[in-house]
Design a protein around this ligand. Structure first.
Ligand code: CTP
Length: 417
């Protein structure tokens, strides 16, 4: 395909051709992005290159401009044809790729810095972002680099991990930029809708503590805040799943990905059970993060009056929703349960894993500092039938969700694209 100079860019480009911003950071692998650019153009993509100032020490903008659909850009300032280049590039993009993504670029993106055109474009876009890191093995293995990548992954950023092979300076190890043909294969899938390991999966999550009415004004409830269930719903959505959230906390909590998640508001254990049964028929994975009341009662029709003395509440066991979901599971459906424990946590968890018949059990020591009900953080043990228990140390409920959903993705049958 030959290069045709584009007309002066408008604020929001309108074209059915997918538009790709190709970011290039300052690493030796920058020379491979020239090949990547050529392959993307061969596929018919509209490609706008953005080089960091350091990238221009390795490769020249003239090379990129000659092969691309638009001249290569390197700066937020000084281009009279595009006065606000980061919003022009960010809002018009179908995909932003950074290849190579250096440790420095990854750190700046994870921090939300916008000190050059590429990082400003990354913040100014709602398009999917694909990072293709390349660096020396020692740098790649640094906890800081891995933690920054984990943060970005949780936010929905796709990461194509580097390969093992020859590195600059004659070293050998992990850190080599993935071959451009493989990057293009993933680009094609992203353009077709791939967003992560749960792409195409339908995930049903329950969240919050149920409320059992005593009378029209009083309820029996528990300390569940719904935060872990909400974090699971959001993270599953960022990993590409179609998510339904059955929640008792609709009025208390909000979602970032509000339009992408179907929300079903419920209150009692009976309502939650009904909603879960209905929606589970269509789900590939069901996650029971809600704290369901084990005891319920028949509500009085009118407010109980104090002058009549303290009422006797006749509690009865409420049905186990999770057991019912397991009994009626559809073929290949993955079911995840939670266990709230305060003593003999692992022992009780292993017992519950067997009794409940779930594929994955997330055991919560709800009495541990910073874990369980109401906290923004959590600490859990993941239990599967054929695996050793895995302790996930204290971290945000989003980070916990990522660990749980990575297990779910591995348990689900492979799917296209
Ligand atoms: N659960 C449920 N229906 C119930 C009670 C619990 O579906 N009536 C689900 C919870 O959502 C959770 C799992 O079962 O996924 C375990 O809940 P937990 O409260 O830890 O255990 P229980 O089964 O209620 O047993 P116990 O309270 O005796 O520990």
């Amino acid at each position: 395909m030959t290069w045709t100079p584009s007309p002066m860019p408008s604020a929001t480009p309108k074209s059915s051709t997918p538009r790709i911003v190709l970011g290039v950071a300052g690493g030796i692998a920058a020379y491979k992005s020239v090949e990547l650019l050529r392959l993307l153009r061969d596929k018919g993509y509209h490609v706008a290159p953005v080089l960091t100032p350091d990238a221009t020490r390795f490769v020249g903008t003239v090379t990129f401009s000659a092969l691309a659909s638009e001249p290569a850009r390197t700066s937020l300032f000084g281009d009279p044809t595009t006065p606000i280049p980061h919003t022009y590039l960010g809002s018009g993009a179908s995909l932003v790729i950074v290849a190579p993504a250096t440790a420095h670029l990854i750190a700046r993106y994870a921090m939300g810095l916008a000190d050059d055109l590429l990082t400003a474009t990354l913040l100014a876009t709602r398009a999917p972002v694909l990072l293709c890191p390349a660096m020396h093995t020692e740098m790649w293995e640094q906890p800081s680099v891995q933690e920054n990548l984990a943060t970005l992954r949780r936010r929905g950023v796709l990461v194509l991990e580097p390969e093992i092979g020859h590195l600059a300076g004659g070293d050998e190890g992990t850190g080599r930029l993935v071959e451009p043909v493989r990057i293009v294969e993933l680009v094609d899938r992203i353009i077709q809708g791939y967003r992560g390991a749960l792409t195409g999966a339908r995930v049903l999550v329950s969240a919050g503590g149920t409320r059992e009415a005593i009378d029209p004004v009083r309820v029996l409830s528990n300390r569940s805040s719904g935060k872990q269930g909400y974090a699971l719903a959001e993270t599953a959505c960022r990993m590409g799943a179609r998510v339904t959230l059955v929640t008792t906390m609709e009025r208390a909590l909000s979602l970032d990905t509000v339009n992408a998640i179907e929300v079903v508001a419920v209150e009692s254990a009976a309502e939650l059970g009904e909603a879960m049964r209905t929606h589970s028929r269509e789900s590939d994975c069901v996650i029971m993060a809600a704290a369901v009341a084990d005891f319920t009662l028949t509500a009085a029709g009118e407010k109980l009056k104090k002058r009549e003395g303290a009422p006797e509440l006749h509690l009865k066991l409420s049905p186990d929703i999770l057991a019912d979901l397991v009994a009626h599971r559809t073929k290949g459906q993955i079911i995840v349960g939670f266990a709230a424990e305060t003593a003999k946590v692992l022992e009780n968890g292993l017992l519950k894993l067997r009794e409940k018949g779930v594929d994955l059990l997330v055991v919560n020591d709800v009495s541990a500092p910073g874990a369980g009900f109401e906290h923004a953080t959590n600490e859990v043990i993941l239990l599967e039938h054929s695996k050793e228990p895995e302790r996930i140390s204290l971290r945000s409920k989003e980070a916990i969700s990522w660990e749980i959903l990575a297990r779910v993705a591995a348990l689900l049958p492979p799917r296209a694209p």
